[in-house]
Each structure stands twice: as structure tokens, then as C-alpha cells.
Design a protein around this ligand. Structure first.
Ligand SMILES: C[S@@+](CC[C@H](N)C(=O)[O-])C[C@H]1O[C@@H](n2cnc3c(N)ncnc32)[C@H](O)[C@@H]1O
Length: 256
């Protein structure tokens, strides 16, 4: 009798990741498209190992580029600033952006007491992952459940506001690879009809709570344009950055 078993094709990368995690037996038992990162519950990001589960987006390599861009700017500001800086990562997911910046900042001279990192997400389950990752790094960061900045104390002004919010236009979700649309949380992907709903809402909420010199760093969809942002939120000037794949991917916004 022949058995009808469907086998998954595993890439060499996936096989290596499973072997490293002592999970090679899954090569025989997992036949669906579960991303390997949700099997090992580990992702290498910016030089450290982050814990991930299906409650959070699997951090992307482009986001490491965002961390690098922000850090270069943060470093300059830290070296010249006499005041402590408040750094807020909204939609932190597994916490990789805020925690990587915290980790990098520890390598700078005399940074102690000059930074306060805050990691915010609307998802309580995601925040349990942030706590785990924060413990791994013994990071001194504050973690807050918040719908964008709604739980943020108005009187505390923000110097660096960072957000990799869901930015995929809703209609495109159905066309994403199975491993993304069937396994990653929709809450981390769907950015509304143009993909910009949460981004423009955040920019509005940020106006009264960021300092006049604040930098707002955003990850965006490749289809987004500065014109869209300028028309929707003309209170800021914007600078666009491409990722290493040559796609429009990051924006720096500053109040005019
Ligand atoms: C694209 S994921 C990014 C995760 C992480 N920052 C990264 O770069 O890998 C977006 C995150 O935004 C969170 N999110 C969605 N809507 C939100 C909202 N209204 N307020 C705060 N966070 C939100 C999701 O829970 C998810 O963790």
C-alpha cells in the first residue's frame, strides 16, 4: 500500500537552522509552510539571538539596516547632548529595534543615564516576547502596552520615535507568500487600504509629544511615496532612504 505523504522542500539554510537547534527530526514531520524561525523560536538579529513565536513578526534583514541608520544618528546626538534622551520604539513586536539600539548604545562612552528606552506594542502577547528578549540582554528598558502613543504620558517628550508598524496595503495580504500570510500575525502586517493608516495616525499623535528637534524613523512599504506623507502630514519634513535591495524602505521625519 502506498502512503500519500506530502513532503516539504527544506532549503540548506532551514536544515542548518533546525540542526543547530537540535530539531532535525522535524524534517520528517513538518510538511506545512511554517517558517523555520517559528520552529526554532530563534532569529539572529544585529549580532544577537532574539526569541520569536507566532505572536510576533519574524524580524527582517531590512530592519537591521534601519537600526544601523538610526544608530548613526543617535550616536551623534548622544555625544553632543547634555540632556538624557527618550527613545521610543512603537510596534516593537519582538523588541528587536529598541533592544538592538539599547545594546549598541552600551558600547558608547559615558552613555549611562543619558538614555531611556521605551518599547510599546498593542499586543500583550508580543510584549511577553519583548520581556523574554529584554531578559536575555539584561536590558534596562521600559515595556508598555499601548495603541500607538495612546498610553504614552503627554508630559514626557520624545527625542527619537521609531516605528516599524504594519504597512502592507490590505488588498496585497492575500498575495503574500503562504509562509507569511498563513503564519505571521495579521496584526503585524495589515496597514489598511494604502498601508499607511497606522503610520499617518502615529505621525498625528506624535506632534504634541516629540521635541522640536526629534527624529521620527519609520519603515515603509516600497510603494509608499514622500508625496503621500507630505500631503497627509504636512507638519513634518521627510527624508527617504532605500534598503540594500534598492527599494524605498525608510523615512526620517522631523517637525517643521
Ligand atoms: C511589522 S511588525 C514589527 C515588529 C518589530 N518592530 C520588527 O521590526 O520586527 C508591527 C508591530 O506593530 C504592532 N502593532 C499593530 N498595531 C499597533 C498599534 N495600533 N499600536 C501599537 N502597536 C501596533 C504589532 O503587534 C506588531 O508587533
Amino acid at each position: 500500500m502506498t502512503q500519500n505523504r506530502s513532503y516539504r522542500h527544506w532549503s540548506p539554510y532551514e536544515k542548518t537552522q533546525l540542526a543547530r537547534a537540535g530539531l532535525s527530526h522535524l524534517l520528517e514531520t513538518v510538511s506545512d509552510n511554517t517558517p523555520v524561525e517559528y520552529l526554532t523560536n530563534e532569529v539572529s538579529f544585529d549580532g544577537w539571538q532574539a526569541h520569536v513565536t507566532p505572536a510576533v513578526l519574524i524580524p527582517r534583514v531590512e530592519t537591521e539596516e534601519l537600526v544601523e541608520l538610526i544608530f548613526q544618528s543617535l550616536k551623534k546626538t548622544l555625544l553632543t547632548s547634555t540632556q538624557p534622551l527618550t527613545i521610543v520604539d512603537v510596534g516593537t513586536g519582538s523588541g528587536v529595534i529598541g533592544l538592538s539600539l539599547w545594546r549598541r548604545a552600551q558600547g558608547l562612552p559615558e552613555v549611562t543615564g543619558k538614555t531611556a528606552f521605551h518599547l510599546l506594542d498593542i499586543s500583550p502577547t508580543a510584549l511577553t516576547i519583548v520581556k523574554e528578549n529584554s531578559s536575555r540582554l539584561t536590558a534596562q528598558v521600559a515595556i508598555l502596552e499601548s495603541d500607538l502613543l495612546s498610553a504614552w504620558p503627554r508630559q514626557t517628550k520624545i527625542d527619537f520615535l521609531i516605528a516599524n508598524l504594519p504597512y502592507i496595503p490590505s488588498a496585497r495580504i492575500a498575495t503574500l507568500p503562504l509562509a507569511v500570510k498563513d503564519f505571521e500575525p495579521n496584526l503585524a502586517l495589515d496597514g489598511g487600504s494604502t498601508g499607511m493608516s497606522l503610520i499617518t495616525e502615529l505621525l498625528e499623535q506624535a506632534l504634541p509629544v516629540v521635541t522640536s528637534q526629534a527624529e521620527i524613523w519609520l519603515e515603509i512599504d516600497e510603494t509608499h511615496t514622500l508625496t503621500q506623507l507630505e500631503q497627509t502630514r504636512p507638519e513634518y519634513r521627510y527624508q527617504l532612504f532605500q534598503d540594500s535591495f534598492g527599494k524605498n524602505r525608510f523615512v526620517k521625519a522631523q517637525k517643521i
